[in-house]
Design a protein around this ligand. Structure first.
Ligand code: GLC
Length: 411
């Protein structure tokens, strides 16, 4: 038993990037990348009023899609708190909306039985105690202010206090996604790693904390889980030669935060294939949605969730509790495995028969999960050029995104 068991079992989670940046609708980096006059971005808080925010609806959609946990942006790099901070006024409870959305969000997702994760940004673009080459001033004007020692201390105190508040006032928190992936602080322990971690574990001993404090490369530390991003790795992930728990986070389109001109949504197959690809390498997929300023999921994100729900209803068993397989998958396929069951995900509709490497004499039966039909095993034809260990099968009805369940003989 390990505290990460539930996470490894779950395999699929929902990431939500939501904050003031939903109003300009150009993604969560707009504060740094676009030309804002001083105070202009911050004053968006006077307009933030997500009257359509209905986290129970989000939770139901996510649950049906097979997601077992959720990670919510309590604060992104713009410094705006989506929770009722005790330490700053730049927060959701001082907007026209007035309510602590983090609390509403936590309650709604818990009610659906989902595990709760918080995203919290390590950098704060609005704080004088933080600076690097990915700051708004550097990106826009190639300037970098000098950080005064007292501001630096205030900055680290604020970060620690915010994390402590999040760890103590919202019940049991299952996951903490501390975020920064910049190369620029990689040589120093800029965020006082051990102090933050001891605050976190003191209040939430079972929580899983991600690896993004480890951008301090001088001394690699063990983290509860590791976070590649916007990719599906080629193999189970290792750190210091040991396999680790990991999760890749990916967008549905090309932005994390809401962008009203981005309609470049990945097709369903990319999402189901990406999910199965992660499971096949012993990893998780954290799939992102950026709600708009009123608190709605974009229409296309809802559509994808609904399609995922339909896929998941038939194929969830190939995901939950499954992991990698030692068998080599056939052309355009990928395997997950759970005990004696191999799950073959088809990246495309087969040209015809499918040749399974290494499985001759090992198969008990094959089912097409979407329809429950049994799949033919071909032994009387087309075997001249096969390797002795290969098995030809005929999944006539299969299309891209289908999964064949291959029950292996138990001897
Ligand atoms: C990238 C983005 C950041 C986002 C993160 C999620 O690092 O720059 O805005 O929150 O990905 O992992």
């Amino acid at each position: 038993m390990s505290k990460a068991d539930w996470f490894v079992d779950a395999r699929f989670g929902l990431f939500i990037h939501w904050g003031l940046y939903a109003i300009p609708a150009k993604g969560e980096w707009t504060y740094a990348r676009d030309a804002w006059t001083p105070g202009e971005y911050e004053s968006l808080m006077n307009k933030f009023n997500p009257v359509d925010f209905d986290p129970a609806k989000w939770a139901k959609l996510a649950k049906a899609a097979g997601m077992k946990y959720v990670v919510f942006t309590t604060r992104h790099h713009d410094g705006f708190c989506m929770f009722d901070s005790h330490y700053v006024d730049y927060k959701i409870t001082n907007t026209p909306y007035g309510k602590d959305v983090t609390r509403l969000f936590v309650d709604a997702f818990r009610a659906e039985g989902m595990r709760i994760g918080f995203y919290h940004s390590l950098p704060d673009w609005t704080h004088p105690g933080w600076s690097d080459q990915e700051s708004p001033e550097y990106i826009q004007r190639k300037e970098m202010h000098e950080v005064k020692p007292e501001d630096r201390i205030a900055y680290l105190d604020l970060l620690n206090n915010h994390v402590e508040q999040l760890m103590t006032e919202y019940g049991k928190i299952d996951l903490l996604f501390l975020d920064y992936t910049s190369q620029y602080k990689a040589h120093e322990d800029y965020y006082d790693r051990e102090r933050l971690l001891s605050t976190i574990y003191k209040h939430q001993p079972d929580i899983l904390v991600d690896d993004r404090l480890s951008y301090y490369k001088e001394d690699v530390r063990d983290f509860d889980y590791y976070t590649p991003e916007i990719c599906v790795p080629n193999q189970p992930q290792k750190v210091k030669g040991k396999e680790v728990v990991w999760e890749t986070c990916c967008t549905m389109n090309d932005h994390w935060g809401y962008c009203n001109t981005d309609f470049n949504y990945k097709p369903l197959c990319t999402l189901t294939g990406g999910l199965m690809g992660c499971v096949a390498r012993n990893g998780n997929l954290l799939l992102n949605i950026g709600p708009d300023e009123k608190g709605n999921f974009p229409e296309m994100s809802i559509k994808r969730l609904e399609e995922l729900a339909e896929w998941y209803a038939a194929h969830g068993e190939a995901v939950v509790g499954a992991g990698n397989s030692a068998y080599t998958p056939p052309f355009a396929g990928c395997y997950t495995q759970k005990g004696n069951d191999l799950y073959l995900y088809l990246l495309q509709q087969p040209m015809g028969d499918v040749i399974l490497p290494e499985l001759k004499g090992k198969i008990e039966e094959i089912t097409l999960l979407r329809t429950g039909e049994s799949v033919g095993i071909v032994n009387d034809w087309g075997f001249e050029l096969l390797l002795e260990s290969e098995q030809r099968i005929r999944p006539s009805m299969a299309v891209a995104g289908d999964v064949l369940k291959i029950r292996l003989r138990s001897n």
